[in-house]
Design a protein around this ligand. Sequence first.
Ligand SMILES: Cc1cc2nc3c(=O)[nH]c(=O)nc-3n(C[C@H](O)[C@H](O)[C@H](O)COP(=O)(O)O)c2cc1C
Length: 181
Amino acid sequence: MKILAVVGSLRAGSFNRQLASEAAKMLPQGVIMEIVDGGNLPLFNEDLEYPPPEAVTRLREKVKSADGIWFFTPEYNHFFPGNLKNMIDWLSRPVSPTEGQVLQGKPAAISGASPGISGTGIAQDHLRVILSYLDMKIMNQPRLIIPNVLNQVDAGGKLVLKESLPYLQKIVNSFVSFIIG
Ligand SMILES: Cc1cc2nc3c(=O)[nH]c(=O)nc-3n(C[C@H](O)[C@H](O)[C@H](O)COP(=O)(O)O)c2cc1C
């Protein structure tokens, strides 16, 4: 089984990317995770759609070959970041006149961490709306919302999960079961 982790941050030290890496370490045997972000995608432009940029084709292939997509989103101004919206806009478009968009029917999980008290919960709710519109099969529970993440970050900026660790393990197990169905 393959899970594609889509990280909504381009920041080198991103806590959300680190969270995805921590989740990857907890996967049961036989399950692998690949982590991607939208840093190499051009801004969506209908003039660029056909033929699509290579980076878009590569991302679509990764989505197609994945059994589930796990979004790790930061919260920017109570929303998910623009680069994640850009990724989703590309993925939301039909691949060709004979092939539809690649997100439809894919199992999806949403998680996130932030230094603030909302812990990405509001961004996650917004993300859920758009993924639902795109007909993804969303796991609504359990959710992983990590507020005050700096309490679980060491002096070097490394995420060192403490109280959130069991919740991460729980959502890993739940998402694998959800994908199996
Ligand atoms: C433009 C901008 C807006 C932000 N708005 C919020 C917010 O609404 N809620 C929140 O909890 N944190 C907010 N933050 C702080 C981010 O949660 C924080 O920078 C976080 O580390 C980003 O995730 P990352 O570590 O994965 O890059 C904002 C940060 C930026 C740069």
